[in-house]
Ligand binder design. Structure first.
Ligand code: GDP
Length: 366
């Protein structure tokens, strides 16, 4: 009777526990098998996956945990983005290609750099020694030795577990048992230390957001100054060339996102203004008669000479093409998943990724 009551109380306590949202980071060199692992966890067939170029995320439900795993690209040029996710990560899944002995040193460097980061040191890390199905793949002990794993994790006070596995051996409920075991271990140590970890993550995330906001403002300020300098230089150059101020012709900086129709209209207006300006200059030079004749000739040609008309249309088409190309280029720039925050401050993938509703996450590893 007593044990029945105790188990009821335990069940009631667990039922009342709030859902905990946990973010994990899945990293490793390119081709290590991160995407295959992520797909397998998600319940998708993990073979023939394309290597992670940017980043993707998966959601799963595990008991009282709503887990989001960020699968980040591991190519040398995009490893720089990893650190943008450190603040919000409760733990790390580091995938190693155990069959690629030649890249063990590179793997060690990438891991070492990550573990020494102040926003990762002290957090739990699961190492998946992947591709065990491949002939000649290094076993657990060899991977530990090649990566100097013990030394690394001790130095940075990270709890660590290594699991030799094969990401392509199964998926969903039939996923490699070692991957499942590793994930359980990771969530278990996170649960044990949840409050402290959570406090650290809230603090680090707030600080990082503030820093990013400051950097964004600084970049915007630098861009503004550069624009001003450029405009100033153009004006000075125009005055030196005796062509007048360019700013008079185009006083507003061009908005790269204005509709194409307005770009065309604006270009036509510019042409019109230039024509008028030329006319006035010629008039004031006392060449009125000559100009009038020329003007009349142009007008006549415009009416009767098809090639004259075509030239005009051609100019317009060129402008349109130019505007369209410019627009597409700009849209391209904006749409492209931004991997690195560059000088113009293209946004990094958001730090606080909205969680999908509960229904989206699935309990695949239970
Ligand atoms: P990522 O760049 O780390 O995301 O690597 P992928 O998951 O894209 O995997 C790279 C290649 O390795 C793909 O062709 C996968 O099919 C293959 N691969 C991934 N895991 C394994 C594994 O455990 N065994 C074998 N033999 N191939 C794997």
């Amino acid at each position: 009777m007593f044990s029945l009551m105790a188990s009821c109380c335990g069940w009631f306590k667990r039922w009342r526990e709030p859902v905990r949202k946990v973010t994990l980071l899945m990293v490793g060199l390119d081709n290590a098998g991160k995407t295959a692992t992520a797909k397998g966890i998600q319940g998708e067939y993990p073979e023939d996956v394309a290597p992670t170029v940017g980043f993707s995320k998966i959601n799963l439900r595990q008991g009282k945990f709503e887990v989001t795993i960020f699968d980040l690209g591991g190519g040398i040029r995009i490893r720089g983005i990893w650190k943008n996710y450190y603040a919000e990560s409760y733990g790390v899944i580091f995938v190693v290609d155990s069959s690629d002995e030649e890249r063990m040193e590179e793997t060690k460097e990438a891991m070492s750099e990550m573990l020494r980061h102040p926003r990762i040191s002290g957090k739990p890390i699961l190492v998946l020694a992947n591709k065990q199905d491949k002939e000649g793949a290094l076993g657990e002990a060899d991977v530990i030795e090649c990566l100097s794993l013990e030394k690394l994790v001790n130095e940075h006070k990270c709890l660590c577990q290594i699991e030799p596995c094969s990401a392509i051996s199964g998926y969903g409920k039939k996923i490699d048992k070692s991957i499942k075991k590793g994930l359980f271990w990771l969530l278990h140590v996170i649960a044990r230390d949840f409050d402290a970890l959570n406090e650290r993550i809230q603090k680090d995330t707030t600080e990082q957001r503030a820093l990013e906001e400051q950097e964004k403002q600084e970049r915007a300020e630098r861009v503004r100054k550069l624009r001003e300098e450029r405009k100033q230089n153009e004006q000075e150059q125009a005055e030196l060339d005796g062509t007048g101020s360019l700013a008079q012709l185009d006083p507003e900086p061009t908005n790269p996102f204005q509709p194409i129709a307005s770009v065309i209209i604006e270009n036509e207006r510019k042409l019109e203004r230039e024509k008028k300006k030329q006319k006035m200059e010629k008039d004031s030079d006392g060449c009125h008669l000559k100009h009038k004749m020329e003007h009349e000739q142009i007008e006549t040609e415009g009416q009767v000479n098809d090639s004259g008309q075509k030239n005009n249309e051609f100019g317009l088409v060129e402008n349109y093409k130019e505007a369209l190309t410019q627009q597409l280029e700009n849209e391209d720039e904006t749409d492209r998943p931004s991997l690195e925050s560059d000088f113009y401050g293209k946004p990094l993938p958001p730090l606080a990724v909205p969680q999908r509703p509960n229904g989206d996450a699935h309990d695949v590893i239970s």
